[in-house]
Structures are given as C-alpha cells and as structure tokens.
Ligand binder design. Structure first.
Ligand SMILES: Nc1ncnc2c1ncn2[C@@H]1O[C@H](COP(=O)(O)OP(=O)(O)OP(=O)(O)O)[C@@H](O)[C@H]1O
Ligand SMILES: O=P(O)(O)OC[C@@]1(O)O[C@H](CO)[C@@H](O)[C@@H]1O
Length: 317
C-alpha cells in the first residue's frame, strides 16, 4: 500500500492498493436494550436496533466511515442476506459477496441490560464450490494489499480455512490481519500475520491462564509474537489496549471515558481504526490512537460509530 500525500480538501492521502475484509458468517445484529434481564421470565425491550453485523463487515463499515477504501467479501444468503446487502448499500459499503444457494444469513441477538449477553446463530452452510469462488477472488489480491480475516467459521467450513487462505497468499506481500480465537488464531501465526487483536480474556484462553496484570498481558502477547505474529494489539475494553509492534515497541493507551451504549463491534472498529491510522504514515502510535478512538466511539454508539464521533474522541487522547 503506498500513500501519496494529497493537497485536496476531502482526503489528505491517496490509497493505491486495496483493503479487503472477509466475513464467512455475516449477520444482522438484533440489539435489544433492556433495563434488566430476567432469565426465565418474559422480558420486554425498551429499544431495538437491527444493525449489519459480522466482524469483517464491522471492520468495513468503520473503514468506510474513516474514508478508507475497502471491499467486504464473504457470504450472504436468503432474505436476511438481502436485507444485510440493502443496509450496507445505504451506508455506501462496497461489497463483493457470494450468494449461497440455500439458507439465510443469521440473526444474532444482542441483549444489553445490566450486563451484555449475546446469542450468535450458526449460519448457513457453505459448500466447497462456494469456498472455491472466494479463493478465486482472493487470488486477485496484489502485493501490499491488506486482507482482514475476522470472525468465527461456520461448522460447514474446515476450521483451518484462515490457514489455507494465508498459505495460498504466502508468496504475495499481502498484509493480513486476523481477528479470531483459539485454534483458528494459533494456527495462522506461522504465516506471520501483520496484525492480531485478541482481547485480554482471549489472550489468556490461548494459554489457559488468567491474566491479571499488564505485565502478564505483555508476557503472553510476546509469546504470540515469538510464534510469528508481527503486531499484537491486546484490547482491554474500558481499560484501553496494549500494542506490541514488530519494531519491538510496547505501547499502551487508556480508553476515553463515556457512556457505553452497545459495545458490539467495538473490537472490530478498533481493528479498522488501527489499519486506517497505520496507513497514513506507518506510525504505530498513530495507529493505536485511531484504533482506541474508533473502538471507544463505537462502544458509545448504537452501532458502528461515525467519523465525527471518532474525531471527537481522538482529540481527547
Ligand atoms: N467500556 C468501554 N469504555 C471505553 N472504551 C471501550 C469500552 N469497551 C470497549 N471500548 C473500546 O473498544 C476497544 C475494544 O474493546 P474490547 O476489548 O471489548 O474488544 P472486543 O472484546 O474485541 O470487543 P467486541 O467483541 O465487543 O467487539 C477497547 O480497546 C476500547 O478502545
Ligand atoms: O460469531 P462470530 O463470527 O464470532 O461473531 C459475530 C459477531 O458477534 O461479531 C460482531 C461483533 O464483533 C457482531 O457484529 C456479530 O454478531
């Protein structure tokens, strides 16, 4: 990706290469706001939103807000898939989805009461033929493009699919960001992903430990770096994030304070902000700042935050 400074008013840099996000299992997120959730009782929400969802799609929405050109790849199906595409069109998100012949894009339920609970559905089946179609699209990526692989993999797809994709692209200098958990993440480290973004709980789970201090987080993040990851961004919700860079720096940022409305997609917004910040002049401090501002702005919004909200928080960091 080469960035040429521009003098135009609208955007101060030009993007020559492309960012692609891949979401194997997109969703419509049905967010329900309640004062209190009573398990086993009839609960009534006081407000609801139906947001486009899926981790890669959230990254695409935040990137688009931040005026970074990108295309969302992945799979959609049925009437919910159509609604997802419509919602993304309204937000000017560029998509190049593969439409599955059967099933429906899932609806994930997010209940925000005194605590947040989520029920994520399984999603439609993806056949080998569908996988080959995606692979042909990915074969067109060029050196220095950025690929974001984010989210869980439906049970119909091999659990090493991220690894297969990275192996296939290994000869190209594509910078790959992976936001996944457990084996899915561990198995890609040997292909040196440009960025991984576990939250501190996920980092602990990878090593079957509970991380209590910043020192613990750094120790285990370093292990992931030794296993191959180039940059490791460990997010800690309201406590900010710690970044270990490929240059050996360890950077920490606090989160700005605000009222959390819906933290679904905060982590994805952070990935988008990090990439957008990095692309400006390859400065990791700037990447971390924009990552934090984007993550927190989305936590303080109903869905993915607007650029205006991100800019407001950026000034506070
Ligand atoms: N309560 C909060 N207050 C301020 N900022 C927050 C809060 N929760 C999340 N954020 C912002 O979002 C970033 C990512 O949050 P988090 O660590 O929860 O990621 P995640 O677990 O991947 O999120 P999610 O799965 O909900 O998208 C944080 O580093 C922070 O910048
Ligand atoms: O089931 P997955 O793929 O792990 O996660 C899906 C999901 O929870 O992730 C996004 C938030 O990060 C939501 O938009 C979406 O519903």
């Amino acid at each position: 990706m080469s960035i040429i400074p521009l003098r135009g008013k609208q955007k101060y840099w030009r993007q020559n290469n492309m960012i692609y996000t891949v979401t194997f299992n997109p969703a419509l997120d049905y967010v329900m706001l309640l004062n209190k959730f009573e398990s086993g009782g009839v609960n009534r929400s006081k407000e609801e939103f139906l947001n486009p969802g899926g981790k890669g799609i959230n990254v695409s929405m935040m990137l688009t807000e931040l005026e970074v050109d990108n295309t969302a790849l992945g799979y959609v199906a049925g009437f919910t898939g159509e609604e997802l595409v419509n919602k993304l069109k309204k937000r000017n998100i560029k998509t190049d989805f593969i439409t599955l012949k059967e099933g429906n894009t899932r609806i994930n339920v997010k209940v925000k009461a005194d605590i947040e609970s989520e029920i994520n559905a399984g999603g439609p089946d993806i056949t080998n033929e569908d996988i080959n179609l995606l692979m042909s699209k990915l074969d067109k990526l060029s050196d220095e493009d950025i690929l974001v692989l984010a989210g869980s993999i439906p049970s119909s797809v091999d659990n090493d699919i991220y690894e297969q994709i990275m192996k296939r692209l290994n000869d190209k200098k594509v910078n790959i960001a992976v936001d996944a958990t457990n084996e899915l993440l561990l198995n890609v480290l040997k292909y040196s992903p440009f960025l991984i973004k576990p939250n501190h709980h996920e980092l602990g789970e990878l090593f079957d430990v509970s991380l209590k201090t910043e020192e613990d987080i750094i120790t285990y993040a370093k292990k992931l770096q030794e296993m191959g990851a180039r940059n490791i961004l460990v997010s800690m919700a309201g406590d900010g994030a710690i970044l270990l860079t490929e240059n050996g720096e360890i950077l920490k940022s606090n989160s700005p304070k605000g009222k959390v409305i819906n933290s679904v997609g905060a982590g994805d917004s952070m990935v988008a902000g990090f990439l957008a910040g990095y692309l400006k002049n390859k400065d990791y401090t700037e990447a971390l700042k924009l990552g934090i501002a984007s993550g927190s702005a989305s936590a303080f919004s109903e869905g993915i935050a607007t650029k205006k909200d991100v800019d407001t928080l950026l000034k506070q960091l």
